[in-house]
Write a protein that binds this ligand. Structure first.
Ligand SMILES: C[S@@+](CC[C@H](N)C(=O)[O-])C[C@H]1O[C@@H](n2cnc3c(N)ncnc32)[C@H](O)[C@@H]1O
Length: 181
């Protein structure tokens, strides 16, 4: 189990993109490291905190680390934040602009650890998360670890394709593990 030793305050972020505290990223990663899934992807990578923490605290654990965001500026921020820990060619291939609700994931992705958009700062339409999760499930993603406001109910569609268990509350959020049925 990794323990935190940086606060993320110096990380770049795209304007308007919330900054995820490293403690949240680490709580999700500590749980996800217990599964056998090893090809990590963050489809809503924002500033890349989760991906950076994965590199920093679990250097030999993941087979691949990749991420995407619909906002090209967020993709740029993530690339800058990962520049010291991932070779540049891999960064350009593995951190890309992509729409999580419909686009193809990197080959072999079995694990998602993410902080999806919701709430006032990142408004999305109703059913957005379910649409994205359905896309992940259709591409064989086994495990998803994510945080959410803890108030908006998760829809039945999501529970049909994944078993969803809450495992922690912190930073005004509930943390979940969605495991493929
Ligand atoms: C809460 S932020 C993620 C923060 C990030 N996990 C981190 O580590 O810093 C949510 C992100 O989802 C992105 N987003 C919104 N709709 C999207 C979509 N359809 N596909 C991919 N990314 C999307 C936003 O641009 C935003 O950067």
């Amino acid at each position: 189990m990794a323990t935190l030793n940086f606060d993320g305050s110096k990380l770049y972020r795209a304007k308007g993109t919330p900054k995820l505290p490293p403690k949240v990223a680490l709580a999700l990663l500590n749980q996800s490291a217990r599964t056998s899934s090893r090809s990590l992807y963050d489809p809503f990578c924002g500033g890349g905190t989760i991906l950076l923490c994965a590199r920093k605290y679990f250097p030999n654990h993941y087979l691949t680390i990749s991420g995407a965001d619909i906002d090209p500026l967020a993709v740029e921020a993530t690339r800058l934040n990962l520049l010291d820990s991932i070779p540049e060619t891999e960064l350009l291939q593995n951190i890309v602009p992509r729409d999580a609700t419909k686009d193809t994931l990197p080959t072999g992705t079995d694990l998602i650890v993410t902080d999806p958009p919701f709430g006032r700062r990142c408004p999305v339409s109703e059913g957005f998360l379910e649409k994205a999760f359905l896309n992940f499930r259709n591409q064989n993603v086994q495990d998803i670890f994510f945080c959410y406001d803890g108030k908006t109910p998760l829809q039945n569609e999501l529970k049909r394709i994944y078993t969803v268990k809450e495992f922690k509350r912190d930073w005004g959020r509930a943390f979940y593990h969605a495991q493929a049925k």
